[in-house]
Design a protein around this ligand. Structure first.
Ligand code: HAM
Length: 420
């Protein structure tokens, strides 16, 4: 027997019931971001590998271990995108978006790929919803993006906490990096092998470690937020003042490290306690040097991305389960009525109804059972004549023409809508 085919490790199928929750989430995100001026944006699912090496950063886990890279037939190295910000910046440059009114606000939704060890909430193909604002360093953009993500999470029933910090600019980071390196080198023996190997490349990652010895070393490490220059300190204060103004709660966390190298100034992350180990539901920050680093004009930027699957897992309140309108079921009372039934189904759908019809050769009794199974509140029985059966009362009424079918299908719907 042929070997059983399975979806690749770390990937999954979306079946219709789960798909509906995703659709609702997407509508919510499009609505919340769209009303704040973020326009729909798409970029390719694969890009030149170099974009991520330069954009996300050589020393990151993403670039070092997690990229799905391959060669095309011409020998060029391509990579399935592990994140969306580098592609958005590449597109900003390539399409001359700096000539548009600034800031340019983009929102996106789609699949991303990271070769990680799969576990609950962590996949090799996952989906993100994201938003980016390019072309202005106004602190109101940082605060706006944070508040929009908070609103999206709240409307999806996700309970979360927000951690916030500032990474300053590249010079502050370089000076601070030296100081941190010196601190790590002085206590090298207590660090994990992984952190020790990265003291040079990325000492900040040590804050992220769960290795006991490393944690002890980091407990009295110098903090970057104590060393911001006056301009960055003011920017961070302005962001916080706006969050305070609208009552958005946050915790200052000077040890917050994001797994991507492009961040400057504001960084933030939303965690949800209901998610377990993979608790990060969404995060982002400012990346004022990234467009320039990718060959474009100096352009500030800020944004975030949130994991769709993690939002769905964290929706403990069932906010995304949605209300489904009961469909109408078209039953076929005798084989000669099949064409007529097909027409009635089509016309009812054109009139805006949600309609299913018999399409599996069931007996008449089986058809009524099926109508029950799908939760139909009305069954249109097409035979010698057309009758509409109300599933709740059991009443069955003959309809003289299509207008009457429609009226009977609609009957009582208004009453339901006018409830308390
Ligand atoms: P990130 O923190 O790497 O940021 O990913 C954002 C979110 O994607 C995470 O909070 C998590 O919910 C989800 N996610 C990441 N990896 C996985 C995975 N393997 N399985 C399931 N979900 C996952 C970024 O990607 C940045 N581009 C965000 C950003 C936009 N910063 C500025 N603009």
């Amino acid at each position: 027997m042929a070997a059983k085919l399975q979806a690749p490790r770390g990937t999954f199928d979306v079946l219709p019931r789960a798909g509906k929750r995703r659709e609702l989430l997407r509508e919510e995100a499009d609505d919340i971001l769209g009303r704040a001026g973020y326009g729909p944006f798409e970029s390719p699912v694969f890009e030149d590998t170099e974009l991520f090496a330069r954009g996300v950063g050589q020393s990151t886990d993403i670039v070092q271990k997690e990229m799905f890279s391959f060669e095309d037939k011409a020998g060029r190295s391509l990579t399935l995108r592990p994140e969306g910000t580098a592609g958005a910046c590449r597109s900003y440059i390539e399409n001359g978006m700096h000539k548009l009114a600034q800031p340019v606000k983009l929102r996106y939704w789609g699949p991303f790929f990271r070769h990680e060890a799969p576990q609950a909430g962590r996949y090799r193909q996952f989906n993100q919803v994201g938003a980016e604002a390019l072309g202005s360093d106004d602190p109101s953009l940082d605060a706006e993006l944070i508040v929009l993500l908070a609103e999206l999470l709240e409307s999806c029933g996700v309970i979360s906490r927000l951690r916030l910090s500032s990474l300053g600019n590249s010079e502050t980071r370089a000076t601070y990096g030296e100081e941190l390196r010196a601190h790590l080198l002085a206590r090298e023996g207590e660090l994990s092998d992984e952190i020790r190997a990265r003291i040079d490349a990325n000492p900040l990652r040590a804050f992220d470690s769960d290795h006991e010895g490393t944690r002890a070393v980091m407990a009295d490490a110098p903090l970057l937020t104590d060393q911001l220059d006056a301009v960055d300190a003011q920017h961070f204060a302005d962001v916080r003042a706006l969050l305070d103004e609208v009552g958005q709660p946050y915790e200052l966390d000077p040890t917050l490290v994001r797994g991507l190298d492009y961040y400057t100034r504001t960084v933030f992350e939303f965690d949800s306690p209901s998610l377990g180990a993979q608790s990060g539901v969404g995060g982002g920050g400012r990346y004022d040097g990234l467009v320039e680093q990718l060959g474009g004009p100096p352009t500030p930027g800020v944004g975030w991305a949130a994991g769709i699957e993690r939002i769905l897992l964290a929706d403990t309140e069932g906010e995304l389960d949605g209300l489904e309108l009961a469909p109408v079921f078209i039953a076929i009372a005798k084989p000669e009525a099949a064409r007529m039934a097909f027409t009635v189904a089509r016309e009812l759908r054109r009139a805006g109804e949600s309609v299913q019809m018999e399409q599996a050769g069931r007996s008449f009794k089986g058809q009524l059972k099926q109508a029950n199974r799908i939760g139909a509140d009305k069954v249109v029985i097409v035979g010698d004549e057309v009758e509409v059966k109300d599933m709740e009362s059991g009443d069955q009424t003959v309809a003289g023409d299509f207008g009457e079918v429609l009226a009977l299908v609609h009957a009582n719907e208004n009453l339901d809508l006018e409830g308390p």
